[in-house]
Design a binder for this molecule. Structure first.
Ligand SMILES: *[C@@H]1O[C@H](CO)[C@@H](O)[C@H](O)[C@H]1NC(C)=O
Ligand SMILES: *[C@@H]1O[C@H](CO)[C@@H](O)[C@H](O)[C@H]1NC(C)=O
Ligand SMILES: [Mn+2]
Length: 492
């Protein structure tokens, strides 16, 4: 009896000790885990800061796509050309991987209306890499509130890869929201988007590139802006997925899309004074003179009111200029929404074939944009080395009547208004060249009229000295002027 009681007693003690140590162990593990989390988030933060520093030193995107190739792995190299990024690595990474939530801190607390419009997400692709296409789709499925995501429309612009046919149909059939449209011949990005928009059922169209990853909470802030004003066209911040190691990298704050002559898209930070004057925080929407073009949301009805894209534009190029000028000049606004973030693989070059001569197609598109939207400023466009495009016998830009009518019908404002109100820090000198040789004027602020006439031109224009001055006239090859900041030679 005594022994048993003793045993029971010691059993109790043992049990107590056991339970106590289990509790202690659990406590210890929790503490360890917390500190690990701390270390992890600290590491992430440090990495993000380091990457931000790195990016600051570099021009935003160019350096990233130029940088040397460092993986000596044969297999990586072999598969690089399939997409002009690390396809081998991309195939190894889960299609629904986690990425760091890079939003400014206050974004997570932002409230949105509970009756936001729904959206159709439209991906256009041609011969996209399997794993990146899937990762793009999964990121939308996983990080969009289901009630706001009406559907995902995949527009296959006549891809040649077999895996994008039945295997893609089969894979996507497990997601009722995903629809696939196949174009019968290669149409190019612009017409592929129009084909996607034509079947979209959501109230808002959201266009995305097919090698992206949407970040946490990417959709709500975009739809909130459209909800507040249907003429707002919000774009997410485009972050960088490294083409070499697929890591997700931050970009600088306060970046917006701009253009330089002759209508070349680029990024530039908001001027410091502007940020101060408007008390802007890193989470505030940023007015954006030109959208990059790949990623944006737009009210569907408004998109069609604006005439969608000029259907005369071909394949790719200039369409972001066209829709940007159209939106701003015809009463809308383009914004970059820092609380909405989407990573994008910037590739060194397009992996797929351009159906026509790439340079010629883009130039032709830009001429259409310049002729319809730039008013008197189109001289600046041509003056920056595009003078050869004035020769309408050499380049057929198509019929502009409908686009010009559209601009009248929508009562759109002038390009001068756009420059003054939307992009006031742009250099756009409207010093109309009047036959003055003004070579001594430095910089790009003034137009240089260079219409020195030499003796091969009609003698009546010449003075005794063998050269003469004439008002510049862009319609005559010998009297065209060139912009001094342009890289092209001053003599045409
Ligand atoms: C910015 O903040 C200052 C003080 O914090 C205030 O006086 C000023 O009115 C604000 N400006 C704007 C445009 O909100
Ligand atoms: C251009 O299009 C308009 C209307 O679409 C048409 O009336 C006009 O004849 C066309 N011009 C040419 C040169 O084809
Ligand atoms: Mn892209």
């Amino acid at each position: 009896m005594k022994v048993r009681r003793y045993l029971r007693g010691s059993g109790r003690v043992l049990a107590f000790v056991f339970i106590a140590s289990v509790i202690w162990l659990l406590f210890d593990m929790a503490a360890l885990r917390m500190s690990l989390n701390d270390v992890n988030s600290q590491l992430l933060k440090e990495r993000v800061i380091r990457e931000r520093e790195l990016l600051k030193q570099k021009p935003r995107v160019t350096e990233l796509v130029k940088g040397g190739f460092k993986h000596p792995v044969q297999r990586v190299r072999k598969r690089w050309d399939e997409g002009h990024f690390n396809v081998y690595l991309s195939d190894k990474i889960p299609v629904d991987r986690a990425i760091p939530d890079t939003r400014p801190e206050m974004c997570a607390q932002n409230l949105v209306h509970d009756d936001l419009p729904s959206t159709s997400v439209i991906f256009c692709f041609v011969d996209e890499v399997w794993s990146t296409l899937l990762r793009s789709v999964h990121s939308v499925l996983n990080r969009s509130p289901p009630h706001l995501l009406k559907e995902i429309i995949l527009v296959d612009d006549f891809s040649t890869k077999d895996y994008l046919k039945e295997p893609l149909d089969k894979y996507m059939s497990q997601f009722p929201k995903v629809k696939i449209i196949r174009l019968k011949e290669r149409q190019g990005l612009i017409r592929a988007r129009l084909a996607g928009a034509a079947v979209a059922k959501g109230e808002v169209l959201t266009f995305l590139d097919s090698h992206i990853e949407c970040n946490v909470g990417w959709l709500e802030p975009l739809l909130e802006r459209v909800y507040l004003d249907r003429k707002k066209v919000p774009c997410p911040v485009i972050e960088v997925i490294s083409d070499k190691d697929m890591s997700y990298m931050l970009v600088d704050n306060f970046q917006r899309g701009v253009f330089k002559w002759p209508l070349v898209f680029g990024w530039s930070a908001l001027p410091e004074e502007y940020i101060k004057k408007h008390n802007m925080t890193v989470a505030d929407p940023i007015r954006c003179p030109v959208m990059a073009g790949g990623l944006f949301s737009i009210d569907k009805k408004y998109f069609y009111e604006l005439g969608a894209y000029d259907p005369g534009l071909d394949v790719w190029g200039g369409e972001n200029m066209e829709i940007s000028f159209k939106i701003w000049m015809c009463g809308g606004e383009i914004e970059i929404i820092p609380c909405s973030r989407v990573g994008h693989i910037f590739r060194g070059q397009n992996p797929y074939k351009f159906p026509k001569d790439r340079q010629k197609t883009v130039e032709r598109n830009l001429v259409r944009v310049a002729e319809v939207w730039l008013d008197e400023y189109k001289d600046l466009f041509y003056g920056h080395g595009y003078h050869h495009l004035l020769d309408r016998k050499a380049i057929d830009i198509g019929n502009l009547t409908e686009q010009i009518e559209l601009r009248k019908r929508l009562k759109c404002k002038s390009f001068k208004w756009y420059l003054e109100n939307v992009y006031p820090d742009m250099d756009a000198p409207l010093a109309k060249a009047e036959g003055l040789v003004c070579e001594q004027l430095q910089q790009l602020v003034f137009l240089v009229c260079f219409c020195l006439l030499q003796s091969q031109y009609s003698a009546s224009l010449l003075h005794d000295s063998g050269f003469g001055l004439q008002p510049c006239d862009n319609t005559k090859p010998e009297l065209r002027w060139f912009h001094k900041s342009s890289n092209s030679a001053l003599v045409g």
